[in-house]
Design a protein around this ligand. Structure first.
Ligand code: SAM
Length: 277
């Protein structure tokens, strides 16, 4: 079936149609995250993980929403600094707002490449992005940086001799320690031109309750590792941290007054932004 025909069936015309590459027999990270966000692009097997997670950590949905909100505050900040090209790794399913819409509201010429290793992201995004010539989406695995930098939709589209906004938002915690997440993030940072930024958020073991949610995710999804704050700060080594540094997400350039104490949803993910000089 052609991409166009598949897209027509996948979007509105045939609600029962599933592209063959979508496996609904086991949960997927992108769809479980969508379930936590209250989205509709998930299946029973994904909702089962979110439901079990919420039993142990009722603020799980709030954590996902805080993460998404910080992603957009970061993209807006970057676009306002003049960043006009974005590489969004582990971009997730498109939802109400997305990196390209936030960036292109500020600069309609801003270029965005979405990268995710889950083919469902491409299946959804293809339809949404069909008319947006400044946005691309590719299926690739961040553990293989060359498959991303060498991809024709990245290589021929983004100019890495100029500053780029590299987004690794809620994705590095899907790497095990044995996969050397710090080394991998360093590989990406090394490819960035001076003036580029890294925005990164990560599941944080800042409260003991987060360990319960981590336990559910590792058992049911096989991934989703909480790390402590110094480890998360370490991902920004060699970069100049943008104020206020690596913090709980509601505290990162808030657009409304922050209420204390923070909820568990507010502290279960930490993150920040660093600039390469
Ligand atoms: N960045 C989005 C956000 O913060 O709203 C989505 C985050 S979602 C929790 C994590 C995404 O990373 C999922 O869509 C998942 O498929 C993707 N992902 C996980 N491991 C990946 C890998 N090795 N390479 C590329 N994408 C990956």
């Amino acid at each position: 079936m052609s991409d166009d025909a598949q897209e027509l069936r996948w979007t509105h015309q045939d609600p029962d149609y599933l592209p063959p590459e979508i496996d609904t027999s086991k949960p997927s990270i992108a769809r479980v995250y969508d379930a936590f966000l209250g989205g509709k692009d998930n299946f029973a097997v994904d909702r089962a993980v979110a439901i079990e997670g919420m039993k142990h950590f009722p603020d799980g949905g709030e954590g996902a929403r805080q993460n998404r909100a910080m992603l957009f505050r970061g993209v807006k900040f970057l676009a306002e600094q003049g960043i006009d090209q974005f590489l969004d790794i582990g971009s997730g399913l498109p939802t109400m707002d997305n990196t390209h819409s936030v960036a292109q509201r500020i600069n309609p010429d801003a270029k965005v490449v979405y990268v995710d290793n889950d083919p469902i992201v491409l299946a959804h995004a293809r339809a949404i992005l069909k008319t947006n010539e400044n946005t691309r989406v590719i299926t690739a695995d961040m553990r293989n940086p060359e498959s991303i930098f060498g991809h024709p939709d990245v290589k021929g589209f983004l100019d890495f001799s100029r500053p780029v906004g590299l987004l690794m938002v809620a994705v590095v915690h899907h790497l095990g320690d044995e996969e050397d997440p710090e080394g991998l993030v360093n590989t990406y940072k090394a490819r960035l031109a001076p003036g580029s930024y890294l925005q990164l958020t990560h599941f944080c073991s800042c409260a003991p309750e987060v360990r319960d949610l981590e336990g559910v995710l590792l058992a049911m999804l096989g991934t989703g590792r909480a790390r402590d704050l110094p480890e998360i700060v370490g991902f920004f080594d060699g970069l100049e941290l943008v104020e206020p540094g690596v913090v709980h997400l509601p505290e990162w350039k808030p657009d409304q007054e922050v209420t204390y104490p923070l909820t568990l949803g507010g502290i279960c993910i930490a993150g920040g932004m660093g600039r390469k000089s």
